[in-house]
Design a protein around this ligand. Structure first.
Ligand code: IMP
Ligand code: MG
Length: 177
């Protein structure tokens, strides 16, 4: 698999994001809402670099019904903490068309947070179909299908410590589970 971002580069990227959040929120309490399942790896790495009081909330959004084609978005928010009057940071693994982040942001706004910002691990360039952009981006990447560091193909590869481009030759070894 072609490696796009190695473990060391990813670590520096998350350090950089933590620094930006520190500069923005200072010591204010922050509620991080992590979109499952892709952003869990980023969440675990990011929160251990933050020093303000942090609450963690999970929300699930899935648009990829298997394979690499985008389908209808289903949001499940039954695991959400109360975010009324809270400063909220919504995180996701990748900003592709942007639909997921826009629709989840809309759902969270209905819950009455004091503020809401968005951070993504990857921003896929040239793919966005929405006018909104994430407030914080760790890495910009070209329009290729990537896996690892939380990102999956058919629910596999999330555990890779690096980000790789999934190529035809990799799919020959792909075992659907
Ligand atoms: P969007 O709604 O089109 O922005 O898509 C965001 C979601 O699509 C992410 O949460 C990912 O689950 C998935 N996705 C988009 N591009 C990729 C990719 O290159 N690899 C793995 N998942 C992706
Ligand atoms: Mg996802």
């Amino acid at each position: 698999m072609k490696i796009l971002l190695n473990e060391a580069e990813i670590g520096l990227g998350i350090d950089r994001l933590a620094g930006q959040l520190k500069a923005h929120y200072h010591d204010q309490p922050l509620t991080i809402v992590s979109i499952m399942t892709g952003s869990l790896v980023m969440l675990a790495d990011l929160i251990r670099r933050l020093e303000m009081p942090v609450r963690i909330s999970l929300i699930q959004a899935s648009s990829y019904r298997g394979g690499t084609k985008s389908g209808e978005l289903i949001i499940q928010d039954h695991m959400m903490l109360d975010i009324k009057d809270r400063d909220v940071l919504l995180i996701d693994d990748i900003f592709d068309t942007g639909k997921t982040l826009v629709q989840v942001t809309k759902r969270l706004k209905e819950m009455g947070p004091k503020s809401i910002k968005t951070a993504v691990f990857l921003n896929k360039l040239g793919q966005s179909t929405v006018t909104a952009v994430p407030d914080f981006v760790v890495f910009e990447i070209p329009n290729e299908f990537v896996v690892g560091y939380g990102l999956d193909y058919e629910d596999l590869y999330r555990n890779l410590p690096y980000v790789g481009v999934l190529e035809e030759s990799d799919l020959k070894n792909h075992v659907a589970t």
